[in-house]
Design a protein around this ligand. Structure first.
Ligand code: GLN
Length: 194
């Protein structure tokens, strides 16, 4: 079976784990470096990126996650997870894991739209719109050359892929649509096959 870790320090952890099971992979909660052993993929959930950034350092996960990424482990960041992956954060904030060649803006959809749902088209999926839930969501302001843009909303980039890294500004774990998790499971399967 394909084993997909869900970073378990803060945020929407159980929802991701349930989606991972529903697509037929085995979810593994990740709180310590040992938990990364034998994984074929890792999900960084939404929550609060500053808090999660501090906790991954506190639990000794910061370096091990970077090393796992260097070995090609597929990583999927949602919302705060997208901010954790970004190499650059607008407003000269220090980046966290700094793995993905994107510049992100935090909380970019404005107060009056603190949270909302929108139907978006995601590249590489069938034509049915994806019900995307945005909660104080970031967006990608600039994507590097190797970054594939998978979805936009009102001209803002909200889903990206760079090789083994996947990120969405929205929360695919909060709706019944399993296609983002299926997509990531396929990335995990190709890693497992190597
Ligand atoms: N805006 C939040 C942050 O900066 C992310 C919000 C979310 O993950 N729902 O961390």
């Amino acid at each position: 079976t394909v084993k997909i870790g869900v970073l378990n320090v803060q945020g929407a952890v159980s929802e991701h784990a349930i989606h991972v099971s529903k697509v037929g992979a085995e979810p593994v909660l990740v709180k310590h470096a040992d938990d990364l052993t034998g994984l074929h993929g890792l999900i960084l959930p939404g929550g609060e990126s500053t808090t999660i950034g501090k906790l991954i350092r506190k639990y000794g996960l910061f370096e091990p996650i970077i090393e796992a990424s260097q070995q090609g482990l597929p990583i999927f960041g949602t919302c705060a997870g997208m901010i954790l992956l970004a190499k650059r954060i607008e407003g000269s904030e220090e980046p966290h894991l700094a793995l993905m060649d994107v510049l992100v803006n935090r909380n970019s959809f404005g107060r009056q739209r603190d949270s909302f749902e929108a139907d978006i088209f995601v590249e590489g999926m069938n034509q049915d719109p994806f019900p995307a839930v945005f909660i104080r969501a970031p967006h990608v302001v600039k994507a590097g050359q190797g970054v594939q843009i998978l979805a936009t909303l009102d001209d803002r980039i909200v889903a990206v892929r760079e090789n083994h890294l996947l990120a969405t500004a929205f929360h695919p774990e909060l709706t019944d649509d399993l296609r983002m998790h299926q997509y990531f499971k396929q990335m995990a399967e190709s890693y497992q096959a190597k």
